[in-house]
Write a protein that binds this ligand. Structure first.
Ligand SMILES: [Zn+2]
Length: 698
């Protein structure tokens, strides 16, 4: 049934639902009371289930396995646990905890076991446990029909899927720990051909492995050498390879999945380590351009070269993959010439990715450097600098930060984004020199639209001295707004994005000269990466996945690599097996309740995940009819399909579409009609001030 028809269907049934609502509540209460009266005393105690693997996996995150098993035994001896709690653990709580953490690791597939070992030339870690990608894909398709269906829908016969590998450093436990003994390199991967909503779910990204940074440091070539070995697992010169493909079985039908490498998604530091470039600290900061220099005086720049503040992409001279390899070969042949390395921005490394003949058949250094917009813009990036500079300009103009903070505090965020905090603009965050505003990426995503609205409200005419600041910040808000649309939806705005980035850069260099960082230049290449990959990937999803990795590593002090990857894979397999309805569905309802309406079951929920993201009752949303509405609840005959939102629409009061009045007009709309959740402020009972969705300005 189409979503709009479904909305009408739901609308007609709502009145009945409200009538039945009272009756079903009374029925449930009476049933519950009757059940309690009938239940024999002590029955609950005797029917208590044994500890399941899910429980054991959860327990393993609360302490070391030895500590937990000792605690359970002592609690049992003290009589604090019911006798049958320990029944399932009598033969060794520690062993059962370990088994629960690794019950998918040793599963056999035609491509070997899911967890395999890689030999490393290190005394500290001679064998590294990792999850073999082909074996894992085969196993996931075996245990989950939903995952198999996803693969079947994503595969185009004869066209290889595109594998993106992500690497980042994480620190489980105390982040302020002075040494790096427990810092881990976490490696995840995904198939860029998966649909947008799957690419945005942490459970879908498989973990390849984790390894201590201190160990990677001992490896000749460091992260580049590690990644060379990882690429050799995906695409070895001989044997099972993504190039030849993995045959998975979906509903008993064989499907061949082949794959090619499509890029590294990483932050600036990891890209530097992978490509063997000099990075942000060098004079050549970009592997894509051969004429962009940093830390070089403008007077020293020769004709045809530009500095990182250049905002005309037409002046960038692009490297090709072939020219980069050519430059590297020249450096390798003259590896004692440090000036040459500095001039070309590459380091000679016999253990690096660029040096290996087989890796050259897989890896394209220019195309495969995928910049992540989270780190480039809101994670210590362009937006952090621009927020601090705009606040400085406001302060110089006599508008104190207290006024801006008061404006911020009027607003409420969509429930999933938390609350506006008074300390967002605190002095300690922007520093005395107003160089950069330290902030979480998620905070900046909420802060940018509110600050843009503040500037728009305060600076209302072109003659205002801060008019250009407003124009620049407004473009930043639009850039972020487009990027937030997601991996696939942002693709339709590539041209607009390219134009906005250029206009923003021109204003930025005029207003904040000297504050351009290497990320200012990398922002131009985000669009290039989008065009190459056909998707916009960001590190938001992988950074969320780090929470799971950190929990797995928190109480592990021996064989951390082996224990963490086994635990990660077991958790992912179990999650995909049991929660496939929510992981692979584009839309689903959260904690829905069934209602029997005239013989047919209909589900209602106060929360749902729609194409625009998570929504809750009480959130205000922007509809594709350019109308603001209040979410009342979500209805559907199936929990994960054809979800209709019951909303109360508002009437527009001004041209800017910021002021709206309630009319108490309740309608039902399909999930595709909801564009985004809104940041809003209630001016009085019936009037609302909202910040319109970025897409409404496109
Ligand atoms: Zn460049």
């Amino acid at each position: 049934m189409a979503a709009s028809q479904h909305a009408i269907h739901i609308s007609l049934q709502l009145c009945q639902a409200q009538l039945f609502d009272c009756r079903s509540t009374v029925d449930r209460l009476s049933n519950s009371i009757a059940a309690r009266r009938m239940a024999p005393k002590g029955r609950k105690r005797s029917s208590m289930p044994e500890a399941t693997n899910d429980t054991l996996r959860y327990l393993s995150q609360c302490g070391t396995r030895t500590g937990l098993s000792n605690a359970l035994v002592h609690l049992s001896d003290a009589g604090w646990l019911r006798p049958n709690v320990m029944q399932g653990l009598q033969s060794g709580a520690r062993r059962k905890l370990s088994r629960a953490m690794s019950d998918h690791a040793n599963v056999s597939t035609p491509y070997g076991t899911v967890i395999q070992q890689m030999r490393l030339p290190l005394i500290k870690l001679p064998l590294w446990d990792y999850a073999h990608p082909l074996a894992l894909l085969y196993h996931l398709a075996t245990i989950s029909t939903a995952f198999g269906d996803l693969m079947a829908e994503s595969v185009v016969p004869g066209v290889p899927m595109r594998v993106v590998i992500y690497i980042d450093e994480i620190c489980p436990g105390n982040p302020l720990r002075p040494d790096k003994a427990r810092t881990l390199q976490a490696i995840y991967w995904c198939l860029a051909d998966w649909p947008q909503w799957v690419l945005q779910r942490t459970a879908a990204w498989p973990c390849f492995g984790t390894i201590r940074s201190s160990i990677v440091k001992d490896l000749p070539g460091g992260v580049a050498q590690l990644m060379k070995r990882i690429l050799n697992v995906f695409w070895p010169p001989t044997g099972d390879s993504f190039m030849n493909g993995v045959t998975i079985f979906v509903r008993s039908m064989p499907i061949l999945v082949t794959g090619i490498f499509a890029g590294f998604l990483a932050d600036e530091k990891a890209h530097k380590e992978l490509t063997g470039t000099k990075g942000a600290s060098g004079s050549k900061i970009c592997i894509t351009c051969n004429n962009v220099f940093n830390r070089v005086k403008e007077s020293a720049l020769v004709a045809g070269t530009v500095c990182i503040a250049c905002c005309d992409p037409g002046l960038f001279q692009y490297n090709t993959n072939a020219s980069t390899y050519e430059a590297y070969d020249h450096i390798a042949a003259n590896h004692h010439d440090s000036d040459l390395q500095q001039c070309l921005g590459l380091k000679s490394d016999p253990n690096g990715l660029l040096h290996d003949a087989h890796i050259r058949t897989i890896y394209k250094p220019v195309d495969h450097t995928l910049r992540d917009w989270q780190h480039t813009i809101v994670g210590g990036g362009v937006a952090n600098v621009e927020c601090a500079r705009v606040l400085a300009a406001l302060s110089d103009h006599g508008i104190s930060l207290d006024v801006v903070t008061m404006f911020l505090l009027q607003f409420k965020l969509p429930k999933v984004h938390g609350k506006v905090e008074p300390g967002w603009l605190a002095t300690k965050r922007r520093g005395k020199k107003w160089k950069s505003l330290q902030s979480f990426s998620s905070t900046l995503l909420s802060l940018i639209p509110i600050m843009a609205m503040f500037l728009l409200e305060v600076i209302d005419e072109p003659a205002h001295p801060l008019f250009d600041h407003m124009q620049c910040f407004w473009r930043l808000r639009m850039i972020v707004g487009i990027l937030q649309l997601g991996p696939s939806n942002a693709m339709q705005h590539v041209q607009r994005l390219r134009q906005l980035i250029r206009e923003h850069a021109e204003l930025f260099t005029t207003l904040y000269a000297g504050h351009e960082k290497p990320k200012f230049h990398h922002l131009f290449h985000i669009v290039d990466n989008m065009v190459f990959l056909g998707k916009l990937l960001s590190c938001f999803v992988t950074e969320r996945k780090h929470r799971t990795t950190k929990r797995c590593a928190l109480f592990v002090f021996r064989c951390i690599e082996s224990v963490v990857i086994k635990d990660m894979i077991s958790r992912q397999c179990e999650q995909i097996r049991s929660e496939s309805e929510s992981i692979f569905a584009e839309t689903y309802m959260v904690r829905s309740k069934p209602y029997n309406i005239a013989g047919s079951i209909i589900h209602r929920a106060l929360g749902a995940v729609l194409p625009c993201g998570s929504l809750h009752a009480g959130d205000f949303v922007w509809l594709n009819t350019n109308v603001v509405a209040l979410v009342i609840s979500f209805w559907s005959a199936e929990r994960a399909k054809n979800i209709s939102s019951q909303v109360e629409t508002y009437t527009r009061l001004n041209d800017r579409a910021t002021q709206w009045r309630t009319e108490s007009n309740t309608i039902f709309v399909g999930s595709e009609c909801v564009v985004s959740a809104l940041i809003y402020s209630r001016t009085d009972e019936s009037t609302l001030f909202v910040i319109p969705a970025a897409s409404s300005y496109l």
